[in-house]
Ligand binder design. Structure first.
Ligand SMILES: Nc1nc2c(c(=O)[nH]1)N[C@H]1C(S)=C(S)[C@@H](COP(=O)(O)OP(=O)(O)OC[C@H]3O[C@@H](n4cnc5c(=O)[nH]c(N)nc54)[C@H](O)[C@@H]3O)O[C@H]1N2
Ligand SMILES: Nc1nc2c(c(=O)[nH]1)N[C@H]1C(S)=C(S)[C@@H](COP(=O)(O)OP(=O)(O)OC[C@H]3O[C@@H](n4cnc5c(=O)[nH]c(N)nc54)[C@H](O)[C@@H]3O)O[C@H]1N2
Ligand code: SF4
Ligand SMILES: [Mo]
Length: 683
């Protein structure tokens, strides 16, 4: 009789929750996957997506062998070649590119497919190899950068509340975040708070499933959150509820910030945000008199031209109310500020200083100076802005493109070589959740199928092929995990045995009890660093592109938001038949009035378009979006959706900070499809 073995692992996906999971292995095969009940934050539940992770692992679609292009770029026509041939030919090509054009002609385009310290984003896997070649630096700013920067100007770190302390909050603002879709484990703590009498408010242009569960929903006009924050603080001042002692002891720049608040009375803020003045006042009064108030704001809020400024002003709220004094008070954006930095990237290996290329600016960046695009754990043709221009750039015959992938994505179709990548149960890694305070271990549970290689193993083998002798390029996965854990004083034994380990912080954790890691050591309402970066000195309202464009100047009348899809994780799982079915296909949510004026009815196929391009989607007529706003979830693969997804419409334009993307800040329009244009019904 065969025996079953439980193996502890971690969900690798770009999700704040980083679940600890248990794989059941029988006869060398993974036969079960469930959440680890012992994990204090995720407590045994996975999610609708990852419950199907093993289907993905076993999918007939998986890339299991190296592929070499035989058709034109974009055709997705390949021949299978041996691993040795693939690595030899790629190594030779890399060598010749470096010799002829210099290392900077290489763009190592790493994405968020896995967040691991060993194999993925958190540890900048591969960077030592790229440094040894003198490759261009890749700025992975696609997700959270504008918000991180906004928070840093105020608090000195993007780190804030420990999300577990929301159980202690008495007012909870879920601000530009769709908790029940994009990191649902927080909900238990929200429920605990509620059981103790907390009031929960969702601030979101869309009435999401999270907003449905809140006590109150404020359908704010997109890109106007900083104005709302100032308006709420205006009411706090009217109520005389600012914490003068806290302001005095722990903040700088109050006089200037106070003046900024005074310029935003609720009547004006009602005009800017489209929210009724009475509701702004009522929430302001609650905020004034409820301690602790916990604000959960995540990445949705900062995918705008004024998104960095929005997070900056929101970060100032607890400085005024003194909420940082209390567990359960403050702002929680990401806990990545407390995480280890990961293995030393060995920038000393660089032969000379190199340029930085920006992830959000792929179409612009892929000029003639780039001779090699190396894509790993990323699917830019599905996830990056201005899809049509990326497609054109990837079609360039003299661009040498290598894609390390698990699945035949749209991006893979443009590769010269495809290298098969392992999935999480097949390699070792260690993780940190950006929505909790734990390190999570991932033990390999099964052997890689076919000729799949992990990220680290691929780069070790290439380094050997290229004759590189630097010893740190050959560090083992276990070494890299140990280097990471050592930074936070945790042993491999502890993390591995239990599957997780809490960061060495107090419980409950009150982050700024000892002061702020800013230049002044205080919370900075006014920032010299911001000023030096060409930003406003005082935290304030910067309208998004759509919010600041007068109706007469709008190229198209509707504002498009492209939020997280419940059934996918970015573009991962969008090729899973069941999840695709549950997603109800590519769709666009349109307000009844906007639908009526365009002759659109529920369920009909339509084109959504602007000057950048178009995509096709089924219309969902719903008052969950206000008139003038449409919502189209991210993640569908273009090639499974009539050739494009919402990113065909998203401008390659910078947010106000960190060159972040502007996924929720574009004008579009929607029109019915003619009968000849109908696209394939869903599987
Ligand atoms: N199921 C699922 N979970 C995911 C992901 C996924 O694709 N699917 N993606 C993961 C990743 S990569 C990330 S970064 C996180 C992102 O998670 P979230 O931060 O939740 O990101 P979004 O879904 O982009 O936006 C959240 C909410 O912000 C709202 N929003 C948009 N613009 C504005 C605005 O101007 N003001 C306000 N107040 N709200 C606004 C949107 O309507 C949306 O409901 O989630 C992770 N979790
Ligand atoms: N319209 C719109 N677009 C968005 C967003 C939005 O809100 N709206 N959100 C943005 C955000 S927050 C993010 S983080 C980005 C994400 O953008 P990307 O970083 O491009 O992430 P994915 O689209 O998930 O593609 C990841 C790919 O990596 C592969 N992969 C997974 N694990 C591994 C591995 O271990 N090794 C290798 N080699 N490959 C692996 C997966 O199969 C998948 O194809 O998308 C952004 N795109
Ligand atoms: S995607 Fe998030 S909620 Fe789902 S299993 Fe992974 S970490 Fe957990
Ligand atoms: Mo993200």
């Amino acid at each position: 009789m065969s025996t079953s073995l439980p193996v502890l692992g971690a969900c690798p996906l770009d999700c704040p929750d980083t679940c600890s999971w248990v794989v059941t292995v029988r006869d060398g095969e993974a036969v079960g996957l469930r959440g680890n009940r012992d994990h204090p934050y995720t407590r045994g539940a996975l999610c609708v997506k990852v419950n199907r992770y093993l289907e993905q692992v076993r999918s007939a679609d998986r890339v299991l062998h190296p592929l070499k292009r035989v058709g034109p770029k974009g055709s997705g026509r390949f021949e299978r070649i041996s691993l040795d041939q693939a690595l030899s030919e790629i190594a030779a090509k890399l060598t010749s590119i470096v010799e002829e054009h210099g290392g900077e002609a290489i763009w190592p385009y790493q994405g968020t497919g896995t967040l691991g310290y060993v194999q993925g984003e958190s540890g900048q896997a591969g960077r030592r190899f790229w440094n040894a070649l003198g490759a261009s630096r890749h700025d992975l700013n696609i997700c959270a950068r504008a918000g991180n920067d906004g928070l840093r100007y105020v608090n000195g770190t993007p780190g804030g509340m420990d999300p577990e302390t929301f159980a202690l909050s008495r007012l909870i603002l879920l601000w530009g975040t769709n908790t029940l879709t994009s990191g649902h484990h927080l909900w238990k703590f929200v429920q605990d708070a509620r059981a103790a009498g907390a009031y929960v408010v969702a601030i979101d242009p869309i009435r999401t499933r999270t907003a449905d569960q809140a006590d109150e929903h404020l359908p704010i006009r997109p890109g106007t959150d900083a104005a709302l924050a100032l308006g709420l603080l205006h009411v706090v001042l009217e109520e005389g509820a600012e914490d003068r002692a806290y302001i005095e002891e722990h903040t700088t720049g109050w006089d200037e910030f106070e003046a900024e608040i005074r310029r935003h009375p609720p009547a004006l803020v009602a005009e800017i945000t489209g929210l009724p003045e009475e509701r702004i006042r009522a929430l302001g009064v609650r905020l004034a008199h409820t301690r602790p108030t916990g604000i959960r704001a995540t990445m949705g809020i900062q995918r705008h031209a004024g998104g960095g400024a929005a997070m900056r002003v929101i970060a100032c709220i607890p400085g005024v109310t003194g909420d940082w004094r209390h567990p359960g008070g403050g702002v929680a954006y990401s806990t990545s500020g407390y995480a280890p930095t990961g293995p030393d990237p060995r920038d000393d290996l660089l032969p000379h200083p190199v340029r930085t290329l920006t992830m959000t600016r792929l179409a612009d960046g892929l000029d003639e100076s780039v001779k090699c695009l190396w894509v790993y754990a990323a699917n830019p043709l599905g996830s990056t802005s201005d899809q049509n221009r990326i497609r054109a750039a990837l079609a360039r015959e003299d661009l040498f493109t290598v894609v390390m992938e698990q699945f035949p994505t749209d991006t893979v179709d443009y590769a010269d070589y495809v290298l098969p990548a392992t999935m999480q149960i097949e390699h070792l890694d260690v993780h940190h959740g950006y929505g909790h305070m734990y390190m999570v271990w991932n033990e390999p549970a099964v052997e890689p199928p076919g000729e799949c290689l992990s990220t680290t193993e691929t780069f070790r083998r290439l380094a050997r092929k290229m004759g590189l002798t630097e010893p740190s390029l050959y560090d083992s996965d276990l070494d890299l995990a140990e280097q990471t854990l050592a930074q936070v004083g945790i042993s491999v034994e502890e993390c591995r045995k239990q599957g997780w380990a809490r960061l060495r912080v107090a419980d409950p954790f009150v982050p700024f009890a000892e002061g702020f890691p800013t230049p002044s050591g205080r919370l900075e309402f006014v920032s010299a660093k911001a000023e030096a970066a060409g930003l406003p000195r005082v935290a304030g309202y910067v309208p998004s592109f759509t919010a600041r464009t007068a109706p007469a100047d709008r190229p198209h009348p509707l504002v498009m938001i492209t939020p997280a899809a419940h059934t996918f994780l970015n573009t991962q799982f969008a090729n899973n038949p069941e999840l695709r079915k549950r997603s109800k296909g590519p769709r666009v949510m349109v307000n009844p009035a906007d639908a009526a004026s365009r002759g659109l009815v529920d369920g009909q196929a339509a084109r959504v378009f602007n000057g950048n391009g178009e995509f096709r989607a089924y219309v969902e007529v719903s008052d969950r979006v206000a008139q003038g706003v449409v919502a189209a979830p991210k993640g569908h693969w273009p090639k499974l959706s009539a050739g494009a997804n919402p990113n065909a419409l998203v401008d390659e334009r910078d947010a106000d900070m960190g060159r972040g993307p502007v996924y929720h800040d574009n004008f579009v329009d929607v029109a019915p499809l003619s009968s000849e244009e109908q696209f394939e019904p869903l599987v």
